[in-house]
Design a protein around this ligand. Sequence first.
Ligand code: HEC
Length: 162
Amino acid sequence: MKANTLKILGFCLAPVAVLTLTACGGAETPDAQTTPINSAPAATKTAATQTAAAVAVDPMARGAKLYKRCQSCHSLEQGGRHKVGPNLWAIYGAVPGSKEGFKYSAAMSSMDIVWNDETLSGYLENPRKYLPGGKMAFAGLRKAEDRDAILAYIKAQTTPAP
Ligand code: HEC
């Protein structure tokens, strides 16, 4: 800033013509004012872009972020309480509708599959289409990369240590 001002001053003072001096004086004021005003939002934008970039490259971070859409209804930790939906501890390898103490829909209780990447991805893509008569009120994650990220996160959080 200081160096800039000196430069402008030097540039302005060099020509002898009074007209030039006036023109430079006029130009300097808006310049000095706009610099700090512009730099603040620019810095904020950079920080936001960096966070978004980190989430995009790190599926775990992305999965954790996406999981916020589930957490009002589900807990992940061992012994976590059932909410509107069942606790999801050890969901991988489980038969749908098998968590004790949760009242599932008849549709989910009678599903004859095992939860794995493929079946969970199918369910989360469009719960109502995958399981007509199911009672999970969630619209679904249409993007495959969103499902991959959230499942990587859920798997890491809910799989018991060997
Ligand atoms: C509005 C509440 C709600 C939201 C939001 C929700 N769920 Fe559910 N979820 C439920 C309910 C209720 C059930 C039981 C469905 C049934 O019985 O038909 C369920 C069932 C499940 C099951 C099967 C559990 C089992 O024991 O077989 C999985 C897996 C699941 N949800 C994952 C998710 C994930 C992942 C998200 C976020 C992307 C999510 N849910 C969002 C309410 C919700």
